[in-house]
Design a protein around this ligand. Structure first.
Ligand SMILES: Nc1ncnc2c1ncn2[C@@H]1O[C@H](COP(=O)(O)OP(=O)(O)O)[C@@H](O)[C@H]1O
Ligand SMILES: [Mg+2]
Length: 300
């Protein structure tokens, strides 16, 4: 049995949306009663259209978003109940890789300085330097690249710095929030393969958010499908692709074979716009295991 690293237990996050007069107009249910486990060493893919709540869910795990209800357990400790200073030791074990490494990298620091930054909080200068050089080499940098600035690198190289920064302090869990979406299609696979190699070598656990289903299929052990703040389906990757059960999952998968990512995204947006009218999630309250480890939200 794989060991549970993270347990998300009935969490909710609602955002009030105000009109021009400052009155609350509607409530956006960004996370609407989500429960989910993430197991040690796995990659859990999280898919769903833009606005379905994926980022809010991922950030909640890292305590970057407060939740209104529920609990988030990390190694059986409820992080949401801890004081800030008690949380920090657990939060050290979690890192994030962003979609756009450029905006998350300080332009005034060189590649090696960027990787040294998190290390110097934990190690002395000599040891930090050794670790920084080792990880930069591992992500494919040669020594003469160490002292270059973010603007001198390509998008893919910048994302490699972002990845090096995330893994260099040896975390257990990494939230990858659309880590390849901003990259050139030709280098997306390289970056994915780097993430897979690092996972094997360092025993990392990933929550991998993406709307690129073919990439998610390639990297994920299991897939969770999110729609309107709810997880509507969850299961082993090949099971989700070969026997999708929820209408929303089926629509998502229909958008897959379109090779042009821009068109695929449009098709997905269109499909889900139609679905908003067709699927009434309010009626779907039963979480049913349809085959081993494959769960679907169904009408009671
Ligand atoms: N800080 C916020 N204030 C108000 N609404 C928010 C905030 N953060 C997210 N939302 C809303 O919550 C919903 C889910 O957003 P998000 O988690 O970013 O979705 P995704 O990552 O799937 O695109 C969206 O409707 C978004 O507009
Ligand atoms: Mg997002």
């Amino acid at each position: 049995m794989p060991k549970e690293l993270i347990n998300i237990n009935h969490i909710k996050r609602y955002f009030p949306v105000k009109n021009n007069f400052g009155q609350v107009k509607t409530i956006v249910k960004a996370i609407d009663d989500v429960s989910l486990s993430i197991y040690q060493g796995e990659t859990l893919g999280l898919v769903g259209e833009s606005g379905s709540g994926k980022t809010t869910l991922g950030r909640s795990v890292l305590q970057l978003e407060t939740i209104d209800e529920g609990a988030i357990y990390y190694k059986e400790t409820d992080l949401t109940s801890l004081k800030k200073k008690d949380k920090s030791k657990w939060l050290k074990e979690m890192q994030i890789i962003f979609q756009d490494p450029y905006s998350s990298l300080n332009p005034r620091l060189t590649a090696i300085e960027l990787v040294l930054e998190p290390l110097l909080l934990q190690f002395d200068a000599t040891e930090a330097r050794k670790k920084a050089e080792a990880i930069l080499e591992k992500v494919g940098f040669t020594e003469e690249m160490f002292t270059k600035y973010p603007k001198e690198f390509s998008g893919g190289q910048r994302q490699r710095i972002g990845i090096a920064r995330a893994v260099v302090t040896e975390p257990e869990f990494i939230l990858c929030d659309e880590p390849i979406s901003a990259l050139d299609v030709s280098i997306q696979a390289q970056v994915i393969n780097l993430l897979i190699d690092l996972q094997k070598e360092l025993g990392l656990t990933y929550l991998f958010i993406s709307h690129d289903l073919s990439m998610v299929r390639y990297i994920s052990d299991r897939i969770a499908v999110m729609y309107l703040g709810k997880i509507v389906e969850l299961g082993p990757t090949e099971e989700i692709f070969s026997h999708p059960q929820h209408d929303y999952t089926k629509k998502l998968l229909q958008a897959v074979p379109i090779p042009d990512p821009k068109k695929a995204r449009e098709a997905m947006a269109n499909a889900s716009n139609q679905l908003t009218k067709e699927i009434d999630l309010d009626q779907q309250t039963e979480w049913v295991e349809v085959s081993p480890n494959h769960f679907v939200l169904k009408e009671r």
